[in-house]
Each structure stands twice: as C-alpha cells, then as structure tokens.
Ligand binder design. Structure first.
Ligand code: FMN
Length: 168
C-alpha cells in the first residue's frame, strides 16, 4: 500500500487497512519514499491519496508527494499487476470536486494500460460532481473522514472483501 500524504487521514486509513488485512500480509510505504523500482516489487498494489485541489487555493500549491511521484508511473512494468485506489475527500465543502484526485491518478494508470480494480457505485454517496467518476462509477473507494468517518469501517471492509478476491 503506497500512500500519501503522511500524517493525516490518508495515513490513518492506511493503518486501518493494515489492521484489517493483517500486518504480515501488507507493506505500508509512504509515496514520498517510493519510485518505479519499488512499485515493480509488487503485484497487488493499493494507492491511497487525498484531494487538496489547486482550484481551492488562491496561490500556487507547492509540489506534493503524489505530483512528484507521478512521472515514475511511466517506468512501471504493468504486466501482471493490479491496482486498487482509495481517496480521501470532503463531500460537503468540496461537493463539486469530490475526491477529484482519485480520478486523476486512476486515469493516469489506465493510460499506461494498468489493470485498475475496486470501482465503487456512487449511489452510496452524496456529492454534486467528481472527476473520479469514470463510466458511471468511482474509479476507487471514496472516503470522507471529515464528515462521514462513521461510515469508513464498513465502506473499507466491503471494498477490501472485493479487491482481496481480485488480487492475484
Ligand atoms: C485546501 C484544501 C482543499 C481541499 N480540496 C478538496 C477537494 O477538491 N475535493 C475533496 O473531496 N476534498 C478536498 N479537501 C478535503 C481533503 O481531501 C480531506 O480533508 C482529506 O481527508 C485530507 O486528507 P490528508 O490530510 O491525509 O491529506 C480539501 C482540503 C483542504 C484543506
């Protein structure tokens, strides 16, 4: 599981996943420490990220760890790998851009021919618009620790049940 940023809700959820799957079955790696070579050591990969959209600031956002990592995706060997993504967002304050980054990273992976699994039906969510909707479904699992943290354990468990079956 490659996650970023560190120290917030994305990392909190990464640790929840670690507990649910079992410490001995998963490695947690901060995306700021990852490169293509590290990704290539694994077949079954979870990406954890959040959306802190550029449009929400009136100044330029400094490069975050995911933006810095993105060029590494060009060097990944996509054969025989599966990717599942979860994205932290805030469905109240950013209803028009709910978990947008989930879509950005998923689309980038798909452009490289990656197998992306773990799409989620949007019917369980309230939001106005999202770049993470691809062909009518969220490209991964949206989570909102700001306003819907009570829903996180069940959403995670349902999603993990599905992706763990699809991982090789
Ligand atoms: C400046 C700022 C901009 C944000 N923009 C979005 C957004 O566009 N869409 C969204 O769903 N959430 C947005 N959020 C909410 C975060 O994604 C959410 O709080 C998330 O849990 C942060 O996790 P992290 O602290 O691990 O990065 C924004 C939060 C901040 C502080």
């Amino acid at each position: 599981l490659f996650y970023g940023p560190s120290g917030g809700s994305v990392e909190k959820v990464a640790r929840m996943i670690e507990r649910m799957i079992g410490r001995d079955k998963i490695d947690l790696i901060p995306i700021k420490e990852a490169d293509a070579g590290k990704i290539n050591q694994y077949q079954n990969i979870i990406f954890g990220l959040s959306t802190v959209g550029k449009h929400t600031w009136d100044m330029d956002v400094p490069e975050d760890a995911w933006s810095a990592f993105m060029p590494e995706l060009e060097k990944v060997d996509y054969g025989n790998k599966r990717f599942a993504l979860y994205g932290l967002g805030d469905h109240i304050t950013y209803s028009l851009h709910f978990v947008d980054s989930l879509g950005t990273v998923a689309k980038e992976l798909m452009q490289h021919g990656a197998a992306v699994i773990g799409q989620v039906d949007p019917s369980g969510y309230e939001f106005q618009d999202s770049d993470a909707i691809i062909d009518g479904r969220f490209a991964g699992l949206p989570l909102d620790e700001d306003y819907e943290s009570a829903k996180t354990p069940e959403r995670l468990q349902n999603w993990l049940d599905i992706i763990l079956k699809e991982f090789k």
